[in-house]
Design a protein around this ligand. Structure first.
Ligand code: IMP
Ligand code: MG
Length: 189
């Protein structure tokens, strides 16, 4: 019998970043982004679903006017990357001539952000695209991709919480942690 959502915390083996730590880092990131994009026509493109918490908390720290668009892609199944990135909507956001800040929860293999950046560049004609991720995993990238803004560097472990999921669970944990191997086995596809 799987435990109820009230017991999600018990399935976390180790907390990496608690709420206060995340909040403090977002303050720093927002200050840097505000300085860098001063006077720009900024459009934030948030990659669903993982960047929902991060985006909501980061954008509320930015004082300048901006547009927000969301993109839904599928690229990940379970705890390992498939490498294939599928766009789930027909139309791309209108970012022609604008400065884009592409937000995602985590830079892992780089496949997702590489594919999105490439497609936006080729088909949506922005002025420029910068990449902002909450987490950057210490793994060799399948695709060359440098993030311009990084919240935290993490080791090569599967993490959940604060928007990040394992099999669509754990997104609503307020902190980021490593799930137990028991939980990985319990919810594995
Ligand atoms: P990519 O491998 O850089 O393309 O990352 C693809 C997506 O995989 C990210 O946007 C996340 O949604 C997901 N992902 C990668 N690593 C993790 C992880 O440790 N926990 C949860 N999701 C992850
Ligand atoms: Mg995911």
């Amino acid at each position: 019998m799987p435990p109820s959502s009230g017991e999600m915390r018990n399935e976390i083996q180790r907390v990496l970043f608690d709420e206060a730590t995340i909040a403090a880092r977002l303050d720093e990131m927002a200050a840097q982004i505000s300085r860098d994009f001063l006077g720009c026509e900024l459009t934030v493109v948030a990659v669903l679903n993982g960047s929902v918490m991060f985006g909501a908390d980061l954008l509320r720290r930015l004082a300048m006017p901006l547009r927000l668009d969301c993109l839904s892609v599928s690229s990940y199944h379970g705890a390992s990357s498939t490498g294939v990135v599928t766009f789930n909507q027909v139309r791309l956001p209108d970012v022609a001539g604008r400065h884009v800040l592409l937000l995602d929860d985590i830079l892992d293999t780089g496949n997702t952000l590489h594919a999105i950046r490439d497609k936006l560049m080729k088909e949506a004609h922005p002025q420029a695209i910068k990449v902002c991720v909450l987490l950057r995993k210490d793994v060799p990238r399948a695709r060359e991709l440098e993030a311009d803004y990084v919240g935290f560097d993490i080791p090569n472990e599967f993490v959940v919480g604060y928007g990040l999921d394992y099999m669509e669970r754990f997104r609503n944990l307020p902190f980021i942690g490593v799930i137990s191997s028991d939980a990985i086995a319990r919810y594995s596809p």
